[in-house]
Design a protein around this ligand. Structure first.
Ligand code: ADP
Ligand code: MG
Length: 240
């Protein structure tokens, strides 16, 4: 469903992505691991055009997102993103955070969005928080609202950029459980994470990035138990 061809991204003289080729299939769960500064976030941000690639292309369902005239809004609707720092709208209630985009973009009527928000809040275990404001929620609750908000657009693909890195340890499990159940429902997911246990248990495939390239890409068991590349071995020896 996503094909990434020779993706490059530079910021000025800083070459951050140096030719990424990758294909992600429908229903696949792919974790991206690697050291800080290796280009993981930039890679995700290029997939939904939060960053414009310098060279190369990204195809979603066969449609290029980079070619001039591409219908960016339609493509973006297919891709939900969850960030480390939640990015909820502070002056909107939980339910308003979830219904805002689908109603504004004409994906659903206000009434439909309302019903959908309630169903999504139940899915993430926060049905009693519909009228709460983000400031009254814990980090883990905020992140579950952010996931519900992204799902409200009915995306085909969900991107997660270190969704649990800003959370207190006791909040991490609830967020990972929501992600795990999404994965089991067949959602296509790309997850940048430092949660190696989660990557190992839930992913179909793990990508190790370093220095703006994919160094190693394999099934979790193989990557974690028997990494082939010296750089992967060195990284895993520090984090496991
Ligand atoms: P990671 O997520 O693996 O830690 P990033 O993709 O965030 O890595 O960053 C990789 C490199 O790209 C870093 O050197 C960072 O400073 C640079 N970078 C990322 N975003 C920008 C930006 N918007 N402007 C300039 N440099 C950036
Ligand atoms: Mg990052």
């Amino acid at each position: 469903m996503i094909k990434i061809n020779n993706l490059h991204k530079s910021f000025g003289d800083n070459q951050v992505l140096k030719g990424i080729d990758e294909q992600i299939n429908h229903g696949e769960v792919v974790s991206v691991i690697g050291p800080s500064g290796s280009g993981k976030s930039t890679f995700l941000r290029c997939i939904n055009l939060l960053e414009q690639p310098t060279q190369g292309d990204v195809l979603i369902d066969g449609q290029s997102i980079t070619e001039p005239g591409a219908c960016i809004d339609k493509l973006r609707q297919k891709v939900g993103m969850v960030f480390q720092n939640f990015n909820l709208f502070p002056h909107k209630t939980v339910k308003q955070n979830i219904t805002l985009a689908p109603v504004k973009l004409g994906v659903m009527t206000a009434k439909e969005a309302d019903g959908e928000a309630e169903a999504l809040l139940e899915q993430v275990g926060l049905q009693d928080k519909a009228d709460a404001y983000p400031s009254s929620l814990s980090g883990g609750q905020k992140q579950r609202v952010a996931i519900a908000r992204a799902l409200a657009m009915k995306p085909e693909l969900m991107l997660f950029d270190e969704p649990t890195s800003a959370l207190d340890p006791e909040m991490v499990g609830d967020v990972l459980d929501v992600m795990k159940s999404l994965a089991h429902k067949g959602m296509t997911m790309v997850i940048v994470t430092h949660e190696m246990g989660f990557a190992r248990d839930v992913s179909d495939r793990v990508i190790f990035m370093d220095g703006g390239v994919i160094v190693e890409n394999s099934e979790p068991e193989a990557l974690f138990s028997a990494p082939k590349e010296a750089r992967t071995q060195a990284f895993l020896s520090k984090v496991l």
